[in-house]
Design a binder for this molecule. Structure first.
Ligand SMILES: Nc1ncnc2c1ncn2[C@@H]1O[C@H](COP(=O)(O)OP(=O)(O)OP(=O)(O)O)[C@@H](O)[C@H]1O
Ligand SMILES: [Mg+2]
Length: 157
């Protein structure tokens, strides 16, 4: 296997339960300071994945879409920060100082609509790119940007 292949894994999800299973597997290996960017159109399944990820992290509260509050914090075996940038047309300026503050390095951060970050997109992260919508199957491409997120690729079924 080439290095390039090892940095990327693909997972076909025929139904919501399969995406739940993937999210649970990813949440189980989360470490403090991880950043997971969830890419995909409206209704692709970003929040659906975030809910399963959080449940595997031990979050008992219901994870909802944090659209109106930008970032929600949940308590699990480590803090979970759930960010949704959909309503920010361009977050580059607002977040140029860094998406991650001192608190967030102690937990794992999930970002919906990471394209809004522009040049403020963190250099080290896991990208989860979700293709598909409606009742169609989803194709999820997981890509480790930097070495830190390779751990996630190993648990993709
Ligand atoms: N294979 C699948 N994986 C994930 N979700 C699926 C799948 N098939 C159907 N769905 C449905 O797609 C919807 C995804 O909604 P979700 O809120 O997670 O999307 P989103 O990507 O967060 O959208 P938004 O950009 O509006 O935040 C859910 O209703 C879910 O049940
Ligand atoms: Mg969402």
């Amino acid at each position: 296997m080439s290095t390039a292949t090892q940095r990327e894994r693909r997972f076909v999800s025929p139904d919501p339960a399969a995406t739940t299973a993937l999210g649970a597997a990813l949440g189980a290996v989360a470490c403090p300071a991880d950043i997971v960017c969830l890419w995909g159109d409206l209704g692709a399944g970003k929040t659906h994945l975030a809910k399963a990820f959080g449940a595997a992290l031990g979050v008992r509260e219901t994870i909802t879409s944090p659209s109106f509050i930008l970032m929600a914090e949940y308590r699990g075996r480590m803090p979970l920060f759930h960010i949704d940038l959909y309503r920010l047309v361009d977050a580059t300026d607002a977040l140029a100082g860094g998406l991650i503050d001192d608190r967030q390095v102690e937990g794992v951060t999930l970002v919906e609509w990471p394209e809004r970050l522009g040049s403020a997109l963190p250099a080290a992260r896991l990208d989860v790119i979700i293709d598909g919508s409606g009742d169609d199957p989803r194709t999820l491409t997981l890509r480790s940007i930097g070495e830190g997120a390779l751990r996630y690729l190993k648990v993709v079924p």
